[in-house]
Design a protein around this ligand. Structure first.
Ligand SMILES: NC(=O)c1ccc[n+]([C@@H]2O[C@H](COP(=O)([O-])OP(=O)(O)OC[C@H]3O[C@@H](n4cnc5c(N)ncnc54)[C@H](OP(=O)(O)O)[C@@H]3O)[C@@H](O)[C@H]2O)c1
Length: 346
């Protein structure tokens, strides 16, 4: 089969190669075989391809990426409600593909039965492929950790409303009835407002801590969801705009470019965020950093929200299979608005 494959670690442009006779994956007893029509990109996959320390967790040879939409070809369909030929979408989690090297940037993939469901008919394959990883992340941060509940009118701040995670976090929080404030730069303001954000702060205009403290110290947030990561002062100063019972949930963590200096700085900052509240009488707000988790129930709810039009696909651009390196350049620029998608087959 056709696949993008890397056999050594590094940047996509240096190590990722298209192979036309890569072995088609065999589904295990609990997996479904899918012919992939579209895949969307997530930063974790270029990070495990070449950035320390994450690259040490990835096996090779490997096919990158996990988000897909496609057509069921076979495998064990028992209990899934699926049949051969059904149009589906789902996720090969990075935790899985780091171990077996099997990902979505290929004509065929194998996926566990509980992370693949029917694709809603109101979205294309390209659009459907944009939802899983980022929306699972939003579920994990807002609902599982942050305890967002339907109809409670909680106040949610989302740092990075125009990114892959942000565009779905804003919509999910609105679907749960929250008051939502988010950040972006001015070219993305119209997009994030159209997703339902109640207020949009331009992070390039003025220091974000100052903007949040001025506008929201009297009406602090229940959840602070950070999808950007590198500005630790947002956490250290959070008592000014996060309720004492509020939760700071971080999925990005400190930025590390692989250099020793960035690893040391990032490690120190990270340890400080995790330990200060508990051991040193530091920031009196709960801080959680973690990885998204998957569940069949959440994937079903995601599909329902998409089908009802409450989760709208946000596509930065669709690239041909041959143009995967160009698509990685765009994803790695950190400027994508919504999701970068690859059309794998017609
Ligand atoms: N822990 C987990 O389970 C998990 C899961 C998914 C993602 N992540 C991590 O979460 C992070 C975000 O992922 P993503 O897919 O959303 O990335 P992304 O799509 O590449 O994010 C790009 C967006 O970030 C915005 N942005 C850049 N700097 C910003 C800043 N200082 N403030 C506000 N917005 C800013 C850009 O908007 P402008 O162009 O307008 O600046 C752009 O729209 C990544 O580090 C990823 O690895 C973690």
């Amino acid at each position: 089969m056709r696949a993008w494959v890397y056999r050594t670690k590094g940047k996509p442009a240096d190590v990722l190669r298209r192979e036309d006779d890569y072995p088609k994956p065999e589904p295990s007893a609990t997996q479904v075989l899918v012919r992939v029509n579209a895949a969307s990109f997530n930063p974790v996959f270029w990070k495990v391809m070449g950035t320390p320390p994450m690259k040490y967790m990835q096996t090779t040879p490997a096919v990158p990426e996990g988000d897909f939409a496609g057509t069921v070809e076979g495998g064990n369909l028992e209990g899934t409600g699926l049949k051969v030929g059904d149009e589906v979408f789902g996720l090969v989690p990075a935790q899985q593909s780091m171990k077996d090297g099997k990902g979505a940037l290929a004509e065929y993939l194998v996926v566990d039965r509980d992370v693949v469901v029917k694709k809603p008919s109101n979205v294309s394959f390209e659009e459907a492929s944009t939802f899983p990883l980022t929306t699972f992340t939003a579920y994990w941060a807002l609902i599982q950790v942050g305890k967002l509940e339907k109809g409670k009118g909680q106040r949610v701040f989302i740092n990075g409303g125009s990114g892959g995670v942000g565009v779905y976090a804003v919509q999910l929080a609105k679907a749960y009835g929250a008051f939502v404030v988010t950040t972006c730069s001015s070219p993305s303001r119209e997009l994030v407002s159209s997703l339902g954000a109640d207020d949009v702060l331009d992070y390039k205009e003025r220091d974000l801590v100052a903007q949040l403290s001025e506008k929201y110290s009297n009406e602090p947030f229940d959840i602070f969801f950070d999808t950007v990561g590198f500005d630790s002062s947002l956490y250290y100063k959070s008592p000014a705009y996060l309720k004492p019972t509020g939760h700071y949930v971080d999925v990005a963590g400190p930025h590390m470019d692989g250099s020793l200096g960035s690893l040391l700085r990032g490690g120190f900052d990270f340890a400080n965020r995790l330990l200060r509240p508990k051991l040193l009488g530091g920031v009196p707000r709960q801080y959680t950093f973690g990885m998204m988790t998957t569940s069949k129930d959440r994937l079903d709810e995601m599909a329902k929200l998409v089908g009802e039009g409450k989760l709208r696909p946000i596509v930065d651009g669709v690239y041909a299979f041959e143009d995967a390196i160009k698509a990685y350049d765009r994803q790695m620029s950190g400027r994508a608005k919504g999701k970068v998608v690859i059309k794998v087959s017609a």
